[in-house]
Write a protein that binds this ligand. Structure first.
Ligand code: AHG
Ligand code: MN
Ligand code: MN
Length: 333
C-alpha cells in the first residue's frame, strides 16, 4: 500500500533538479481535499447546501460549497508558501500571496474549487480541478497576470479530486496519470490506479443533449452517428451525462468515451473555462493517451487572453475526438 505522499516523494527522485516545492504544493492540495471531502460528506446535515445568493464574475450563482471549497484551497495553498498566487473560478481577479515565502515561490495554481456544485444538493458526485504552472515573472516579486495566462502545454502538473462514492485524487506531472483513493477511516490517499490509459476507442458519449437544437451542425451529425446501429463499430454508443465535468471525465478516462461541451447558438464559446477546467483535463487526457480539442485545434496550444475565458471542449478517447473533429471540419468548417 503506497500513500500519495510516499508516491510523490518517490517520483520526485526521478528529477535530480527537483527542489521538493512541487511535492509540498501537491501536499497542500491533498490536505485541502480532505477538508472539503469531510464537509461534503456532511451535506444535508449542516447548512452547506444551496446557493449564497451571490453571483461570481461570470454571472453564475455561487453555492455555499463553492465558497467553502475556494477558501479552503486558497488558505491551504497560501499557508504553506509554495505558490506565489492563485486564480479561481470564484475569484474575479488572480490573488497574489505577498508574504516573503509567497513572492519567492515559483509556482501558480489555477483552480475550479468545486466543479458541478449544483449536484451537491442532490447527493451526486462533485469535484475539484487544478492546474499548476511555473511563473514567468521573476521570483522575489508579486505574481502578475502573465503568470496565469500561459498555454496548457506549459503546465507542470494538473489533476482533480472526485468526491464520489469514494473520494479519489488523480494527477499528472507529465509522466503518466495516477489515481489515489481515500481510505475514509484513516483519511489517507492510497495508490489505486497507477498509469491510467484511456481506451483509444470508447462507446460512451457525454453531452447536455438538451441544447441539441443550438449545437453546430458538426456536433448534431456526430450525435446522430453515435446513435446509428452499426455492430462492427459498437454503435449505437451509450449516453452518460452526470453534469459535473470531473465525474464525467473520470468515467470516460477509465472506460473510454468522449465528453463534449460545444459552442451553442447562445454561448458561442461554450461554457467551460479554458484555464481551470479544459487545460488541466486536456493535460490529463493526453497523458493517458487521449485527445482534447476545441472541435478543430488542440486545447493545450491555445494562448489564453483572459482568466475566465471559455472555450468549446471535446475530450476523451483518441479516435472519438478525431471523429468529432472530422465532423466539425466537414459540417461546421
Ligand atoms: P461549475 O459547477 O464549476 O460551474 O461547473 C459546471 C460545469 C461542468 O462541471 C459541467 O460538466 C457543466 O458545467 C454542466 O453544464 P450544463 O448544466 O450546461 O450541462
Ligand atoms: Mn466547473
Ligand atoms: Mn466550480
Amino acid at each position: 500500500m503506497i500513500t500519495l505522499g510516499e508516491y510523490i516523494i518517490e517520483k520526485q527522485q526521478d528529477f535530480p533538479e527537483a527542489t521538493g516545492e512541487l511535492s509540498l504544493l501537491l501536499g497542500s492540495i491533498r490536505l485541502a481535499a480532505k477538508v472539503v471531502n469531510r464537509e461534503i460528506n456532511k451535506a444535508g446535515l449542516v447548512d452547506i447546501i444551496g446557493a449564497t445568493g451571490i453571483e461570481n464574475v461570470q454571472g453564475e450563482v455561487q453555492q455555499k460549497m463553492d465558497l467553502y471549497a475556494n477558501e479552503t484551497f486558497k488558505a491551504a495553498l497560501e499557508a504553506r508558501g509554495e505558490v506565489c498566487g492563485i486564480a479561481s473560478e470564484e475569484e474575479d481577479e488572480f490573488v497574489s500571496f505577498n508574504s516573503e515565502r509567497g513572492i519567492n515561490s515559483k509556482y501558480v495554481v489555477l483552480m475550479d474549487p468545486l466543479d458541478g456544485s449544483s449536484n451537491i444538493d442532490v447527493n451526486v458526485s462533485v469535484g475539484t480541478i487544478f492546474s499548476i504552472y511555473k511563473r514567468v515573472s521573476p521570483v522575489g516579486q508579486p505574481a502578475v497576470l502573465e503568470d496565469f495566462l500561459q498555454p496548457g502545454i506549459k503546465q507542470v502538473a494538473a489533476g482533480y479530486i472526485i468526491y464520489g462514492s469514494s473520494t479519489m485524487l488523480v494527477y499528472t506531472t507529465g509522466n503518466g496519470v495516477h489515481g489515489f483513493t481515500c481510505d475514509p477511516s484513516l483519511g489517507v490517499f492510497y495508490l489505486s490506479h497507477e498509469n491510467i490509459r484511456i481506451p483509444e476507442d470508447g462507446r460512451t458519449y457525454s453531452i447536455n443533449e438538451g441544447n441539441y437544437l443550438k449545437f453546430p451542425d458538426g456536433v448534431k451529425k456526430y450525435l446522430k452517428f453515435c446513435q446509428e446501429i452499426d455492430t462492427p463499430t459498437n454503435r449505437p454508443y451509450t449516453s452518460r451525462y452526470i453534469g459535473s465535468l470531473a465525474s464525467d471525465f473520470h468515467r470516460n478516462l477509465l472506460t473510454g468515451g468522449i465528453y463534449l461541451y460545444p459552442s451553442t447558438a447562445s454561448a458561442p464559446k461554450g461554457k467551460l473555462r479554458l484555464l481551470y477546467e479544459c487545460n488541466p483535463m486536456a493535460f490529463l487526457i493526453e497523458q493517458a493517451g487521449g485527445r482534447a480539442s476545441d472541435g478543430y485545434n488542440r486545447i493545450m496550444e491555445v494562448t489564453p487572453t483572459e482568466l475566465h475565458q471559455r472555450i468549446p471542449f471535446f475530450c476523451g478517447s483518441k479516435n472519438m475526438v478525431k471523429d468529432t473533429n472530422d465532423f466539425m471540419a466537414k459540417y461546421s468548417g
